[in-house]
Structure formats: C-alpha cells, structure tokens
Write a protein that binds this ligand. Structure first.
Ligand code: ATP
Length: 134
C-alpha cells in the first residue's frame, strides 16, 4: 500500500465538483488519510511547484492555484500514485481520455481540476510539505 498527495484545485471547488471528485477516488477503493481545505499563498505554491517555477506557464499557474481554496488530501491504497494519475487523466483536459476526471470534466490545460503526485519521491516530498504532522 502506498500514499499520494491529491489536490482538488480552485476550479474544482468553484465549480462544486468536490463531492464528485472525492467520490471517484473513494469508489476506486482509495482511502482518505488526511484532508484540508486551504487557500495557499505564493510561497507554498512555489515550493509545491519547485520544478516549474522557471517555466513560462508558471506565473499564471501560480495565480490560479492561489486564487481560492483547494482541497488537499492524502490518499492511500495499492499503487495509489499511478492509480490516481490514471483516474486524473492527461494534463491537458482537451486531450485527456473520456472516463478520466480531466477527460470528462475539464477543457483546459491549466484549469485541470486535480493534482496527483507523480512518483514515490514526489509523494513523500509533497505529503511532508502539505501535511507536516502526518
Ligand atoms: P499535476 O502535477 O498538477 O498533477 P501534471 O503532472 O499532469 O499535473 P505538470 O506537467 O506537472 O502536469 O504541470 C503541473 C500543472 O501545471 C498542470 O496540472 C497544469 O495545471 C499546469 N500546466 C502544465 N503545463 C501547462 C501549460 N503548457 N500551460 C498551462 N498550464 C500548464
């Protein structure tokens, strides 16, 4: 069993999709270990997206993820990191496969509803960043 960090981004909260999205992870069989609704500042955004801060797309991404509350959670289950990324679908909602969260519910490359850790190292780093007491 494995743990991963999932963020329901501000577009998910604004659009009233929190219940739908949590439901997808839960019905897949993942367990909720921790959960927190939080509006982050630019400093936490920069730490979370450390690998992207120099990219052209980062300033608008930073503005987006600090624009309102996000629901952060730690999910646990067998192969949770890959399972969440499969459920989430490809980064660009315009290209993500139907059946995935982004494929079904997003039409944007930036406002793509969810984040999931992309490796065991990222999961460890991100869980420590968002839930230092866990
Ligand atoms: P996440 O890390 O959020 O799960 P991801 O791993 O699919 O998404 P990354 O390549 O790590 O995608 O990019 C992180 C986030 O940055 C994306 O989820 C998206 O919100 C935004 N992003 C990535 N590429 C672009 C782009 N070309 N234009 C606008 N926003 C982008």
């Amino acid at each position: 069993s494995e743990r991963t960090l999932v963020l329901l981004k501000p577009d998910a909260v604004r659009r009233g999709l929190v219940g739908e999205l949590i439901g997808r992870y839960e019905t897949k069989g993942l367990s909720i270990i921790a959960m927190d609704l939080r509006t982050i500042d630019g400093e936490l955004a920069d730490r979370h997206y450390a690998e992207h801060v120099e990219r052209d797309f980062y300033p608008p991404l930073r503005a987006f993820v600090t624009s309102g509350p996000m629901l952060a959670m730690v999910l646990e289950g067998d192969a949770a990191i890959d399972v969440v990324r499969t459920l989430n679908g490809a980064t660009d909602g315009r290209k993500a496969a139907p059946g995935s969260i982004r494929g079904d519910l997003s039409l944007s490359n930036r406002e793509n509803l969810v984040h999931g850790s992309d490796s065991a190292d990222s999961a460890k780093r991100e869980i420590a960043l968002w839930f230092p007491d866990l």
